[in-house]
Design a binder for this molecule. Structure first.
Ligand SMILES: Cc1cc2nc3c(=O)[nH]c(=O)nc-3n(C[C@H](O)[C@H](O)[C@H](O)COP(=O)(O)OP(=O)(O)OC[C@H]3O[C@@H](n4cnc5c(N)ncnc54)[C@H](O)[C@@H]3O)c2cc1C
Length: 395
């Protein structure tokens, strides 16, 4: 295997580093941590103005666009810099879905807003009773009978759990149940719902990792049919496109790299009770080397889906393999750092005063959450077991 990066990808990496150096401020990073909202409108719009969202990703269903390896590099660099990029990831994901299966109306009315950075989207899949089993969604969309005029109207009722960034979003893509009599995967329909319609409300959820997410309520929302994405009862096909993007390149998995860098920096100055430096302890050095090895493996596994997509192939379980290893390794790293740091590893993050961020404690609380969002580790294991190893289907 040739590990040498393509010159075009390295050039793109250099341009992203320059962009970050010019536009990402310490205040933006601090605000994201303080509020738990990993989206910054100024940073997002300036990045969108470079054309990166509009260019999109080349791949199946899209002849032009950026090499998937470049998009991998984009999120890798944003993650390493601590940039708030969740809004960017969601905007690119939903723009990609619209480009593949959106109607002329979506392409004309909505796509330009994502491309220009004017709007972002939230992902409305999970519900109180269906997270891992997302196809069990119960949020109802029913046709309003005898609605006057040419266009059908849907009445939407239900609630979505963990709608991250819905409090900043112009739209939410909403997985609904349109036919409860069909088998569960076949009675679903996807909509792109404008957040300013009457009947939509949300409430914040603070996670232990410090992220803010939301519960979103839909009460008698009248939704014109033009907001439907894909076929009626064809929502699962749209979901497959969405999940392929999410488990592919639109994310970053290098939290362990940042943790190791900060820990090693701190351990060079931190003294133990006997006056020796933490970094001089052979046990500490061995554990840090172990984390470095895990980080290296994570980086290579995370590169695989992007590499396959870059070669025009469709990544399948590679995203699950990478995500599973990355979150398990990050959990091991956070636990090891907290043990090595002793009481300093229990300090809470100090926010906003430029002081110690309590980064070990933050990682220890953040790491378990990474094994939940985007599909839990158990679900990734099931996916790998069934689709990679050919083991019998889990119940
Ligand atoms: C910070 C955060 C942000 C999120 N953002 C979004 C978002 O923007 N949009 C969105 O739609 N969702 C979002 N989610 C939801 C996330 O995708 C779900 O939490 C996740 O899929 C798990 O679903 P659940 O919470 O309902 O847990 P459950 O599905 O109830 O699972 C509970 C436990 O049972 C295990 N389990 C379940 N089924 C199986 C099985 N078949 N085999 C083995 N073990 C199983 C799980 O692994 C888990 O340990 C977010 C979650 C978090 C924490």
């Amino acid at each position: 295997m040739d590990f040498a990066p393509k010159p075009s990808v390295e050039e793109f990496r250099a341009s992203i580093r320059r962009f970050i150096a010019d536009h990402l401020t310490a205040e933006m990073v601090e605000r994201a941590h303080r509020t738990g909202t990993f989206h910054d409108w100024d940073f997002h719009r300036t990045l969108a103005a470079t054309g990166v969202i509009a260019e999109g990703m080349a791949g199946p269903g899209r002849a032009t666009g950026r090499d998937p390896l470049e998009l991998y590099v984009l999120f890798d660099e944003l993650g390493l810099a601590g940039a708030p990029f969740y809004g960017l990831a969601n905007a690119m994901l939903v723009a990609g879905i619209i480009e593949q299966i959106g109607s002329d109306f979506h392409i004309r009315e909505v796509l330009p807003k994502f491309h220009s950075g004017e709007a972002i989207a939230a992902l409305g899949y999970s519900e109180p009773g269906s997270g891992s089993d997302v196809a069990a969604a119960a949020t109802r969309a029913e046709r309003v009978p005898g609605h006057p005029g040419d266009e059908a109207v849907w009445l939407v009722n239900g609630q979505k759990m963990f709608t991250t960034l819905v409090h900043e979003a112009g739209y939410v893509i909403l997985l609904t149940r349109t036919d409860p009599d069909l088998p569960k995967h076949r009675g679903l329909t996807m909509f792109l719902v404008p957040m300013d319609l009457p009947g939509i409300d949300f409430q914040a959820i603070e996670t232990m990792g410090g992220d803010r997410t939301n519960i979103t309520y839909f009460t008698d929302v009248h939704l014109p049919d033009r907001w439907r994405l894909g076929e009626v009862n064809g929502g699962w096909d749209v979901m497959k496109v969405a999940l392929a993007y999410e488990r592919g390149v639109f994310g970053n998995m290098n939290q362990g790299v940042t943790l190791l860098r900060r820990f090693a920096e701190w351990a060079r100055t931190a003294e133990r009770s006997d006056g020796t430096r933490l970094i001089d302890d052979p046990g500490v050095r061995r554990r840090l080397a172990r984390i470095a090895v895990d980080n290296e493996i994570t980086g290579l596994l995370a590169l695989r889906p992007a590499l396959l997509a870059s070669q025009g192939r469709l990544p399948t379980t590679e995203g699950s393999v990478a995500k599973l290893f990355a979150s398990e390794a990050y959990n091991r790293a956070a636990e090891a750092c907290q043990e090595m740091a002793g009481t300093a590893g229990l300090l809470s993050p100090v926010r906003g005063d430029g002081g110690d961020w309590g980064f070990v404690d933050l990682a220890a609380r953040d790491a378990p959450v990474t094994a939940i969002y985007g599909g839990t580790s158990e679900i990734q294991r099931n996916n790998i077991a069934e689709h990679r190893l050919g083991l019998p289907r889990a119940r």
